[in-house]
Design a protein around this ligand. Structure first.
Ligand code: NAD
Length: 493
């Protein structure tokens, strides 16, 4: 379907729901209160659906269903192999409908369709990975000869509260759902209110794969209402949260009353450091991808590029020329490289940073709405050079297609610039000097470092940030550790 009432071309998927409901105890339901909120698409900014707005009583019902499934249902008691088979079927089902999933995700979030497809595949891979991991899992056993045996009895923690953001929503939900379910927990998911569409597919995928009713529960709603009620619910012993640092701080405080387990994946302002001895062409390719893929709405975006002064002007000129050629347009068009930002509120925030940037740096590319797109949340890929470390666009997470470039003269200066922000999620280093690469990697304050590369990550590795970018690391067995308690059992021989 092509909607021609807006000036831009706008693809609208077939069979869009007009109303999105919760899923509690194996049934789609509305909020007890009957409250709803509007869901917009980011190209027309018109309401295409309403969604049930979860309140305390909806969270109570979802937690009750998850508790019943945990205490009396088969899921936590199944053999790892049985759970693994169901998780494998979930991965197959995601793959089988990746085109539809990507289409819906693109419509709801504004992500370019080619990139949304990649996210669907990552979501399937998350399930496959944790399905494999639990059958290979070994726990510690210690024997003191002639004296005692000690072993670990690993148990799922209980009802896991999962709270997720609007960027790559389906994939990020899978990053929590897969290990939580693999561990034997039951869950209540509260997806982001800007983008509830793709989350509504989980219920059908899980039911068809044979996940027992009540194991997966979904409550839509506003963060301060449904999210807050989930965080404060005494029947939910742990919260896995991905979102903004300030929201993470609020949740941290609210978890304190019940001393909940927490995993927090928060914001970032990650540096990409380009030394003069780097393969400049590869560094330019990668740093363009780093901040302009996923519309720049990416937690690990390399949004600050630090460039050694001897190649600085050359780098800036080549980078800006490439940025000016990035194709901005309808997210459903396979040629589109940057789509529409998720929501008018977020668009206004990003545009305000573009204006701030004009007073803080030298504008090399972009700087506002693309001339050919009169409507929709479109921002031209925007490049500022000569940005000092005191600038707000250097320090603050923008979460859009906006990048700052800053020169440096020495390794020590580069390190000080790289570490001179409150965040510490990712860092990217471009150099052909192996010693420098590793020395630098070890000194940088970031949870994840990519050397002459980006975006490749084995699912066994730790994922997470330091400083204001997060608390705790997930990935591989770390995720299983988060969703399980390890009871130590001792016996004297
Ligand atoms: P957000 O913090 O506004 O919202 C995230 C989720 O928290 C939403 O579901 C929201 O409804 C809920 N929420 C809001 N207030 C709440 C409250 N008081 N109690 C409970 N829940 C509440 O974040 P966002 O704008 O949706 O996402 C963008 C942010 O997420 C960026 O800062 C980005 O860097 C970060 N992020 C981090 C990672 C990572 O892995 N580190 C990954 C993706 C996104």
């Amino acid at each position: 379907v092509t909607d021609t009432t807006t000036t831009a071309v706008h693809f609208v998927p077939d069979n869009l729901p007009t109303h999105i409901r919760h899923y509690i105890g194996g049934r789609f339901v509305d909020s007890v209160s009957g409250k709803t909120f509007d869901v917009l698409d980011p190209v027309s900014n018109r309401t295409y659906a309403t969604a049930a707005a979860g309140q305390q009583e909806d969270i109570d019902l979802a937690v009750a269903a998850a508790t019943e499934a945990f205490e009396n249902g088969p899921w936590p008691r199944m053999k790892a192999r049985e759970r693994s088979r169901i998780l494998g079927r979930i991965a197959d089902a995601i793959e089988a409908q990746d085109a539809r999933l990507a289409e819906l995700e693109t419509f709801d979030t504004g992500l370019p369709i080619t990139q949304a497809l990649g996210q669907a595949n990552r979501a399937a891979e998350n399930f496959r990975f944790f399905a494999d991991l639990i059958v290979a899992q070994a726990d510690d056993t210690y024997k003191v000869p002639g004296s005692q045996i000690n072993y670990v009895n690993r148990k799922p923690v209980g009802v896991a509260g999962l709270i997720t953001p609007w960027n790559t929503p389906f994939m990020l939900e899978s990053w929590k759902l897969a290990p939580a379910l693999a561990s034997g927990c039951t869950v209540v998911l509260k997806p982001a209110e800007f983008t509830p569409l793709s989350a509504s597919l989980w219920a059908g995928i899980f039911a068809a794969a044979g996940l027992p009713d009540g194991v997966f529960n979904l409550v839509n709603g506003i963060g301060e209402e449904a999210g807050d009620a989930l965080v404060k619910h005494p029947g939910v012993p742990l919260i896995s949260f991905t979102g903004e640092t300030t929201t993470g701080q609020t949740i941290y405080r609210n978890c304190a009353a019940n001393l909940k387990g927490m995993s927090m994946e928060l914001g970032g302002k990650s540096p990409a450091i380009v030394f003069a001895d780097a393969d400049l062409e590869a560094a330019i390719d990668s740093t363009l991808f780093g901040v302009f893929s996923l519309n720049g709405e990416r937690c690990t975006a390399g949004s600050r590029i630090l460039v050694e002064r001897t190649v600085y002007e050359d780098f800036c000129a080549r980078y800006a020329a490439r940025a000016r050629n990035i194709v901005v347009g309808d997210p459903h068009d396979p040629k589109t490289e940057v789509g529409a930002l998720v929501h008018p509120e977020h668009y206004a925030k990003v545009m305000s940073y573009v204006e701030i940037g004009k007073t803080e740096g030298r504008l090399l590319a972009g700087g506002g709405r693309p001339a050919h797109l009169a409507e929709g949340n479109y921002v031209s890929p925007t490049v500022f050079a000569d940005v000092p470390p005191t600038a707000r666009i250097f320090q603050e997470e923008i979460f859009g297609p906006v990048v700052s470039i800053t020169p440096f003269d020495t390794d020590a200066e580069a390190l000080a610039l790289a570490n001179g922000v409150k965040y510490g999620l990712a860092a990217y280093l471009w150099t052909s000097n192996l010693t420098r690469a590793h020395t630098f990697a070890q000194a940088i304050e970031a949870g994840m470092v990519w050397l002459n590369s980006h975006n490749v990550r084995d699912l066994r590795t730790p994922f997470g940030g330091v400083k204001a970018s997060g608390l705790g690391h997930e990935g591989g067995y770390r995720s299983i550790d988060f969703y399980t308690d390890q009871q130590a059992v001792h016996i004297t021989l």
